[in-house]
Design a binder for this molecule. Structure first.
Ligand code: ADP
Ligand code: ZN
Ligand code: ZN
Length: 740
């Protein structure tokens, strides 16, 4: 290899969005003698025949390429780097740990606005009157609209954007007519959303702020007393008042001018949450979630970066939000699966947050009533556990009971004893939540003649029957089918819906309790009936007595009048091939149960099951989550499963049925008995075909983390070279939580 070292050669090593892991070398723009940009600066570069945005990772005086082969960058896009040195280090860690190209990691971190070649300071069209227009202000026009628009423009002292004009009720067609008449002219202004103003501080009437109880006060003292980096597990039962602990700890950070990042699950980011934080902290709160526009997210990013926002609350990807004075990170409901990204950069926000906190030398607080097993054992960094064992205020823990379904008559998933219990809670004027983690009318449509179930054409999966509109829907690829009156196999019209989804449950409950107001909450009903927030506030104001829902209802919501939770069916997890399923089941059951009896009325949780003797279910019901988790941990330890062992999944998929298997077989052949590494597979994924792609996976399993890392490094290098691997989509999932 040639290494050219020239005294005053400046080479920029640039990360580009590309599946290739390496950096690319560029020379400064032609004719520019500017200083080398700092790492994290965005530059515009030629890449093949395209113009791309890249990020300077480092500058050097040499290149492996001869100088004449180096291209010049087009331009430096900013004077101040978009990504701070801290975020650049975090990116390197992510790239390394998750085995994902640095260029792609960096692009994931950047807010969408900064990823496009059009810089955020882009101009937009704006309008003003011409001389002629100004002189025509007093002339009467035939069109009132045009006259109105002209008059309004005449009153504006600055240029106004098309959008501002439209907001006044004048269409762009009117502007065009005025333009043709020579009364107005176009110009350009800086985009408004980049220099947006702070959102107003909502003035909410606050209920008297609670004083901390003893357990809460101890937790706050421990967190605020942290000396540099420390991970706290705020292990508090549902309703124990974890939020108040966060709020008091945040207050302390704010008092010292620090910034705080709060991560919440996708479903937990409701206006109520924001209002609660804002009311207590009395500072503007920045919000960050995936349903915001790029411009909105960019605004939060900028204001956080400039220090204008001291608190940002967001979902998973907010973990990358730039906050130069970061003083603490909080992750609420740290067990929630939405903290793991399941595509592209497959990161777990909890782990990224811990690395970030370590780099900053600040505390990170993970709160949960059902801590993930990985937080219950001592890992590389010690975890400081803070317990809140009792519910705050007057609320008591709910009482659990099981209904043994074996031999009992069941109609639409509901047994008599369950209906009787519900009736008594409803008669007392309380709310009842019926939980079923299966949306749709029924999970299978079966032929009474040949026994075949309706399956998706593109996936190895059954189609779910939905009503309103009546159709078959694949929950894995979104395919739907309106014509569902005939069996796909034998053509018979003798079909029946097997199994129960929330739609069918709703129908059955409406028949059984015709006078009780009922609300169904799942992804379908939320899409149809407006927002989840509205539904939640309607539940709060007691408009509905009977709530039917999926896990959307399980999380964090506080319904004071709800006294009973009925779990219709969770037995599936006992039969799952994925060892994570049972951990998730336990967490979900405890979370759902936690909705019962949050105020002064005692709560009751009733679970229907065909497995009443199952030891783990018994432990959960009799002794609670921690006993359950302890038993699971022992099992995992004996088997060397995570968190005691280390896993990664290498997945490959393709529309071709053979390539994925061939690629992974070649990989295994290439890496025979690597020390300490067990390779399980390659095997067809549990769902062998999804959305038309054939899927194969290889499980990597080691006792030592480093060995996994080393194996994956080699595997990645091998796959990058293998020609056949270009014909499949392959990915590496480090610490997978879903083996599907
Ligand atoms: P968690 O997040 O731990 O499930 P929350 O933070 O939602 O619990 O609090 C549960 C309920 O207890 C809320 O209604 C809250 O206002 C109340 N609460 C919290 N702390 C106290 C306290 N110290 N005294 C009285 N009530 C409290
Ligand atoms: Zn049939
Ligand atoms: Zn499908």
């Amino acid at each position: 290899m040639i290494v050219e070292v020239t005294e005053n050669l400046a080479v920029w090593r640039v990360a580009v969005r590309s599946p290739l892991p390496q950096l690319f070398d560029y020379l400064p723009p032609l004719g520019e003698d500017s200083e080398s940009p700092q790492p994290g600066t965005r530059v515009l570069i030629p890449f093949g025949r395209r113009k791309l945005i890249g990020l300077v990772v480092e500058t050097a005086q040499e290149s492996f390429l001869p100088t004449h082969q180096l291209k010049h960058a087009f331009a430096v896009l900013e004077t101040c780097p978009s990504l701070s040195a801290h975020l650049m280090r975090l990116a390197t860690w992510c790239s390394d740990y998750y085995h994902f190209p640095l260029g792609e990691v960096l692009q994931t971190m950047l807010p969408g606005h900064l990823r496009h070649a059009k810089p955020p300071g882009a101009k937009q069209v704006a309008w003003r009157l011409t001389e002629l227009g100004r002189n025509s202000l007093t002339v009467k026009m035939r069109s009132q609209k045009q006259q109105g628009c002209l008059a309004w423009l005449g009153e504006q002292r600055a240029l106004v954007t098309t959008q501002q004009v439209q907001e006044q009720g004048f269409s762009s067609a009117i502007l065009r007519i005025l333009l043709v008449k020579g009364l107005v002219e176009k110009d350009c202004v800086q985009r408004q959303d980049d220099i947006g103003e702070m959102p107003p501080l909502v003035d909410v009437v606050t209920s008297q702020p609670h004083t901390l109880n003893d357990a809460q006060a101890k937790a706050v003292a421990a967190i605020t007393g942290a000396n540099g980096y420390e991970t706290f597990l705020l292990d508090g039962v549902t309703g124990s008042g974890k939020t108040l602990v966060y709020l008091h700890a945040i207050e302390q950070c704010l008092a010292q001018q620090g910034q705080v990042l709060v991560l919440v699950p996708e479903i937990g980011l409701t206006p109520q949450t924001i209002t609660r934080f804002q009311a207590h902290l009395r500072v503007p709160i920045g919000v960050w979630h995936s349903h915001m526009t790029d411009a909105e997210r960019y605004r939060t990013w900028q204001q956080a970066k400039s220090g204008k926002l001291q608190v940002v609350i967001g979902t998973r990807s907010a973990v990358f939000c730039d906050m130069p004075k970061l003083a603490m990170i909080i992750i609420d409901e740290a067990h929630d699966p939405s903290f793991k990204q399941q595509s592209s950069l497959r990161y777990l926000a909890n782990d990224v947050a811990r690395v970030r906190a370590h780099d900053f030398g600040i505390p990170v607080v993970l709160g949960s009533a059902t801590p993930p097993l990985s937080l219950l054992i001592a890992g590389k960094y010690p975890i400081h556990r803070l317990r809140l064992k009792e519910r705050a205020g007057v609320a008591l823990k709910p009482a659990w009971s099981l209904i043994d379904l074996r031999g009992l008559p069941v109609k639409s998933g509901l047994s008599e004893p369950l209906l009787a219990k519900m009736a008594s809670h409803l008669a007392a004027g309380h709310q009842v939540l019926v939980f079923l983690n299966q949306r749709g009318y029924s999970p299978a449509l079966i032929c009474h003649q040949c026994g075949e179930a309706a399956t998706c054409q593109r996936c190895d999966a059954k189609m779910t029957l939905h009503e309103h509109p009546k159709r078959l829907l694949c929950h894995h690829c979104g395919a739907h089918q309106r014509d569902h009156h005939r069996c796909q196999s034998c053509g018979s019209v003798d079909l029946f819906a097997a199994g129960v989804g929330t739609g069918r449950l709703e129908q059955a409950l409406r028949q059984h309790f015709p006078k009780v107001s009922l609300l169904r909450i799942d992804r379908d009903s939320v899409r149809k009936k407006g927002t989840l927030d509205k539904m939640l506030s309607d539940i709060h104001s007691n408009q509905y007595k009977l709530l039917v829902g999926t896990q959307m209802l399980a999380k964090g919501h506080d319904f004071p009048n709800l006294t009973m939770v009925a779990v219709v069916n969770m037995d599936d997890a006992f039969f799952s091939a994925d060892f994570h399923a049972i951990e998730r089941l336990g967490a979900l059951m405890v979370q759902v149960a936690g909705r019962a009896g949050r105020a002064d009325k005692p709560g009751e949780v009733v679970v229907q099951t065909h497995q009443p003797q199952h030891p783990l279910l018994q432990l959960l019901v009799q002794n609670g989550y921690h006993a359950f988790a302890e038993a699971l941990l022992q099992e995992r330890k004996a088997l060397g499963l995570p968190p005691y062992g280390y896993m990664a999944l290498i997945r490959a998929s393709s529309p071709n049925p053979d390539y994925p298997l061939q690629v992974l077989q070649a990989l295994v052949k290439q890496t025979p008995n690597t020390t300490g590494v067990k390779c399980v597979g390659p095997l067809a994924s549990p769902m062998a075909r999804r959305a038309g792609q054939y899927r194969v996976q290889l499980l990597i399993w080691t006792d030592v983390r480093k060995q996994r890392h080393q194996y994956l490094l080699n595997a990645r290098a091998f796959l990058q070279r293998l020609p056949l691997a270009k014909k499949v989509r392959w990915s590496i999932d480090v610490d997978p939580i879903d083996m599907q």
